[in-house]
Design a protein around this ligand. Structure first.
Ligand SMILES: C[S@@+](CC[C@H](N)C(=O)[O-])C[C@H]1O[C@@H](n2cnc3c(N)ncnc32)[C@H](O)[C@@H]1O
Length: 361
């Protein structure tokens, strides 16, 4: 058996594809076995215990071993040190590609080019002419074009808001998003062929829907957890300073529930919400903050004191949710999504069960 330290990239790639494929058959494994991930991930960032980031480059002894592991790799940070692009976890990429049920001759649209690795897998299997990929960041699209061309793959790479699609090449047979969305963007629905499958992260899950007519689609969530970088769009910062002036109210819902058992359903009830947590010197949780792009903000102390401000009372949404899910964590695959021209609705267990309306864009 080859030791990681002296294995070549080819050997590591073969072991990696073999490990990804354990227990499953997938047409995509041959693409994972052939497309060099290190061509798309030239370096990545690792976070230390204190939260600082360290860049790991080709010269680092652990570089290739990490690139060929089932790990999401952060590849871009903004000036505040917040991750803005990554190469997603390969196991999750494989599950999403499988869920896409793409076949020879299908045209695919990808929202979120990032490194270009997923676009490379798509182009490798379906042909470059059948793949369009879009990223909002011009630096990323330029790099991706260059790297794809080194891999002798030439999908169409566009710079822009991926939620607007790319009309010139529509209709698409398959649509995949690799940035977190709050709903299936209407422009993508209208650029999907009848019968098209759309696989997209919504909240902290991945929805798989089939388009059944103009503005209509339906399907369910995959069982896998997913934490994708959110689609970049302008939003207001949290208004924590304003909370000081608010009267505290009591809640019976434990603060830690929003970080744990209610996290996924909350991401459907409050699409695109952000959260943070506060801890004492021993690392024990003291409170949780929530905010949304419209400036609505809430904080809850572990002892049950809540403060809320802004157009939407976010903690009220948490309390409402806790009534539906008083104990345990609901399974992702029990949630579904129904899309009609009137709107998009996520439901639990059955279309007429508890449901939450997604925003229109
Ligand atoms: C998880 S990364 C994508 C990973 C990528 N598919 C790969 O294989 O490397 C998410 C990407 O979505 C992009 N993104 C965020 N908002 C976007 C938007 N509105 N339109 C298109 N891309 C967007 C980010 O710039 C980031 O590169």
């Amino acid at each position: 058996m080859t030791r990681h330290s002296d294995a070549t990239a080819e050997e590591l790639r073969a072991q990696f594809a073999g490990a990804l494929g354990q227990g499953r058959t997938s047409e995509w494994l041959a693409a994972f076995a052939d497309v060099p991930r290190e061509l798309f991930v030239h370096s990545f960032y690792r976070q230390d215990q204190q939260g600082g980031w360290r860049e790991v480059t080709v010269g680092d002894p652990a570089f290739l071993k990490t690139v060929y592991s089932n790990t999401a790799l952060t590849t871009q940070l903004d000036e505040r040190g917040i991750p803005t692009s990554s190469s997603s976890e390969p196991g999750l990429m494989l599950a999403m590609l499988d869920a896409l049920r793409a076949d020879t001759g299908h045209t695919v649209y990808e929202l979120g080019t990032g490194t270009g690795y997923n676009a490379a897998l798509l182009a490798w299997r379906l042909g470059s002419d059948n793949v369009v990929t879009v990223d909002v960041d011009p630096v990323l699209t330029q790099l991706a074009r260059m790297r794809l061309s080194r891999a002798k793959l030439h999908p169409t790479v566009i710079t822009g808001d991926g939620a607007e699609g790319h009309e010139d090449r529509a209709p698409y047979d398959r649509i995949i998003a690799t940035a977190g969305l709050r709903c299936i963007p209407p422009a993508l629905l209208s650029q999907a062929r009848d019968g098209a499958i759309i696989v997209a992260p919504i909240g902290f899950g991945v929805a798989q829907v089939t388009v059944s007519g103009r503005g209509e689609a339906g399907g369910q969530f995959l069982s896998l957890p997913a934490h994708f970088m959110p689609r970049r769009e302008p939003g207001k910062p949290p208004a924590f300073a304003e909370l000081e002036a608010q009267e505290a109210e009591r809640t019976e819902v434990p603060a830690e529930d929003v970080l744990d058992r209610l996290k996924f359903p909350l991401s459907l009830a409050l699409p695109g919400y952000n959260s943070c947590s506060w801890r004492d010197d021993e690392g024990r949780l003291t409170g949780v903050g929530l905010w949304t792009a419209d400036g609505s903000t809430a904080s809850v102390h572990v002892e049950g004191k809540v403060r809320q401000t802004g157009p939407r009372r976010l903690w009220d949404a948490v309390e409402e949710l806790a009534k539906h899910f008083p104990h345990g964590t609901p399974a992702r695959e029990e949630f579904g999504l129904t899309i009609t021209p009137a709107g998009q609705r996520v439901w639990y267990r059955e279309p007429h069960g508890p449901s939450w309306e997604l925003p229109p864009t």
